[in-house]
Design a protein around this ligand. Structure first.
Ligand code: BGC
Length: 272
């Protein structure tokens, strides 16, 4: 369910990893608020085109470009920002969403899988945040467009505070994102730049499809969610659009958990 409020008219939003899942829903939601969208993908070109097609049907949507880039690659990221700025001149919102999982018990995890996840999920967000900050500082507040000089939204996870054995590379990257996000807030709020994280819980996307698509997997997953429902990408996207808008202007350096209560440790309801 999208919630168009015209809150991003005249703004341009870059959403990394918007060829599927949460990123795709965020791109569509921000477009429904009137934004121009830079759709980024790494491998899934078809998914990116699907996002663009869905956006083209929205009455308020601005313009769209599709940019291929591997967010863990410095040159690729710089090229994406340059192309986006050549087209739109300004970027107002950066949703650093691209992420992967490469799961294994830690004692069996290859260095390659460790590095891959840290490179995409943590270093990738650093590389994009750095480009965003330089642009935001150069441009400053765009009067009549937004009250802030730029907004960075890190897509984190409940696993920035819930340990996840068997996925330690992922949890370490997400834990690291909290300090990256807060350090950015601390250093750059003086420029009226806002930086926050959204931490989704179990959300129905391809990343965890093998769990929620099996009967037993779904049952086990629901035991972890007090609200007793798997989240939908649109529920995350609605929060992202609000967090990008001036309605949330004074929120800075915060992580918003959108998780149906997963971080309230439901295992303790009648135990402990
Ligand atoms: C992971 C999902 C998982 C969820 C809750 C997310 O960050 O990507 O695979 O279902 O956290 O555990």
């Amino acid at each position: 369910m999208q919630n168009p409020n015209n809150r991003l008219i005249g703004q341009t939003c870059l959403v990394t990893g918007s060829s599927s899942g949460i990123g795709q829903a965020v791109a569509k939601s921000m477009a429904s608020e009137g934004a121009n969208i830079i759709i980024n993908y790494n491998n899934n070109k078809q998914g990116a085109e699907e996002t663009a097609h869905d956006i083209s049907k929205q009455p308020l949507a601005g313009s769209v470009i599709i940019q291929q880039a591997d967010v863990s690659d410095e040159i690729s990221v710089k090229k994406m920002y340059k192309n986006a700025l050549d087209k739109f001149k300004y970027i107002d919102v950066c949703v650093l969403n691209a992420g992967i999982q490469k799961d294994a018990p830690l004692h069996e995890m290859s260095l390659e899988d460790w590095n891959k996840v840290i490179n995409v999920n943590l270093t990738g967000q650093f590389l994009c945040a750095r480009e965003s900050l330089n642009h935001f500082m150069k441009v400053g507040i765009r009067k009549g467009v937004s009250l802030s000089a730029g907004k960075i939204i890190h897509m984190s996870s409940v696993h920035d505070i819930i340990p996840w054995s068997g996925h330690a590379n992922y949890a370490a990257a997400k834990g690291g994102l909290t300090m990256l996000m807060q350090s950015i807030c601390q250093g750059y709020a003086q420029y009226k730049i806002r930086c926050n994280s959204i931490a989704p819980g179990a959300t129905r996307t391809n990343i965890n499809k093998d769990v929620w698509s099996s009967k037993q997997g779904l049952k086990d997953m629901l035991k972890l969610i007090p609200y007793n429902e798997v989240g939908e990408p649109e529920q995350i996207a609605n929060v992202a659009s609000w967090l990008a808008s001036d309605e949330s202007e004074y929120i800075n350096g915060t992580t918003i958990y959108v998780d149906g209560g997963m971080t309230c440790y439901p295992g303790f309801t009648t135990n402990g």
